[in-house]
Design a binder for this molecule. Sequence first.
Ligand code: PLP
Length: 378
Amino acid sequence: MSVFLDNAATSFPKPDAVYQAMDAAMRDVGVAPGRGGYRQSLAAARIVFEARSALARFFGVPDSSRLIFTHSATESINIAVFGLLKPGDHVVSTCVEHNALARPLHLAKKRGVDVTFVPSDSCGIVSERDIARAMRPDTRLVALAHCSNVTGAVQPIAEIAEVARIGGALFLVDAAQSAGFFPIDVESIGIDLLAAPGHKGLYGPPGTGILAVGAGINLEPLQVGGTGGSASTPEPPEQMPERLESGTINTPAIAGLKAGVEFIEATGLEVIRAKESVLVGQLLEGLHGMPGVRLYGPLQGERGAAISFNAEGHDPASLGFLLDSTYDISVRVGLHCAPDVHRSIGSYPEGTVRVSPGFFNSETDIDYFLRALREIIS
Ligand SMILES: Cc1ncc(COP(=O)(O)O)c(C=O)c1O
């Protein structure tokens, strides 16, 4: 029996429709979208257009041209941070960010942007009151992850959006662990910049991501180059999405991402979340009762699907190795690209073992994992 429990890194397997859509896009279309007026190129452009529309609909983005395709949530965050911020700007973020946001902010700091990192409680949850206290007249951006990839902690983003709005700042949300798990409507929550990977909860292939850019926000492109149309000027075009999408786009991957989002819509986000929540509950209950096991993050209430733990007398790396080599169970160990979270919850520097079930796991998978862990640590 082989069990994949690292869906917080990348969801696996994907719905069948994702493999089929990618294969068809590669074989039947397989050319650059928007780079030619012939039918095959138009067919590629149609796939990208339909994918953009599907993702815009999914996240409540009113103008789909303001949703751009990227290679990852990391790239989306970099485009938002460096496309927006100037020396002298102030940013409010938190002490529990993934490096995908923490490192761009540290680099921006070196370039003259001031950043305040607001601490969390011991579960990894940040209070909107602390965010409000950190706001200043020169705060240009409030930026944080909706849900933690280490603890599963969920931040009160609607309340924080209101704090940012009152303070006259833009709100950037890293939805890497929440897109495809929690409903996200950028307009009703008040999110100005939404960064999400395509390859986790949206079931697209690795190497996909999106950034939704609110109306009236003009980001400087991180890279410039060919955009298909508007070729005569030395400057990149003003219009979206071309302004932020230079270079030939990965049509087969985007076809897969479109099929992933359509799978969520056809299945129902609430059905997906309900199933994953059952598996999370089963894991929390099983781990909670195990002697010597310490769980991190919220044990009840609203949480994401990433669960971190340590077992007394076993370092995370050897536990992960034994689970893989003896039981064929894939989990992630260590810092999970988020060292600041471990400093906040008390698991630095060794990190944790992280289990993250997905929609295609079963209760039998979780039973098997819990049995394997019990055998290893007993
Ligand atoms: C909270 C969080 N932010 C950002 C990322 C980066 O996502 P990507 O690999 O698509 O760049 C991850 C990936 O694990 C994540 O968990």
